[in-house]
Design a protein. Structure first.
Length: 112
C-alpha cells in the first residue's frame, strides 16, 4: 500500500501475507520506500519512521478502537502510517517502490 494519508489518498497494490515476506516482527521496521514522479526520484523513506515499526502504530490503533467499542474487523484495511511526508499531488505518473518483496504501486493523475 502506498499511503499519502496526510494528503487524503491511499493506493493499494498487490496484497501479500506478511508471514510470507518477513521472518520476524523486527524486519517490518526496515522496509524502504522510494517515491517517483514522472520517472524522477523525489525522496525515500523507511518504515521505522512509523513509531519505530508500523506494527506499533497498528497495535495502538487496534487498542484505541477496541476501547471505543469499534474494534477492527478481520480483513479490514488499515493505513498504519507514512514512511515519508507526501509531495503535492500533481499531474503525471506516480510510483512508489518498496523492498522486502513488497513490490510497487503505480498511478496517474490527470487534471479535470
Amino acid at each position: 500500500m502506498s499511503d499519502a494519508a496526510v494528503g487524503g489518498y491511499v493506493v493499494y497494490g498487490q496484497e501479500v501475507d506478511a508471514d510470507q515476506l518477513f521472518n520476524n516482527v523486527d524486519e517490518l521496521a526496515d522496509v524502504k520506500c522510494e517515491l517517483f514522479h514522472n520517472g524522477e526520484k523525489l525522496k525515500d523513506g523507511v518504515s521505522s519512521e512509523v513509531l519505530g515499526n508500523p506494527l506499533n502504530s497498528l497495535h495502538w490503533l487496534a487498542e484505541k478502537l477496541e476501547q471505543q467499542g469499534t474494534p477492527l474487523k478481520a480483513g479490514q484495511r488499515v493505513s498504519s502510517g507514512t514512511f515519508l511526508l507526501p509531495e503535492s499531488l500533481g499531474d503525471g505518473n506516480w510510483k512508489a517502490t518498496f523492498n522486502k518483496g513488497l513490490g510497487a504501486v503505480f498511478f496517474d493523475v490527470v487534471a479535470d
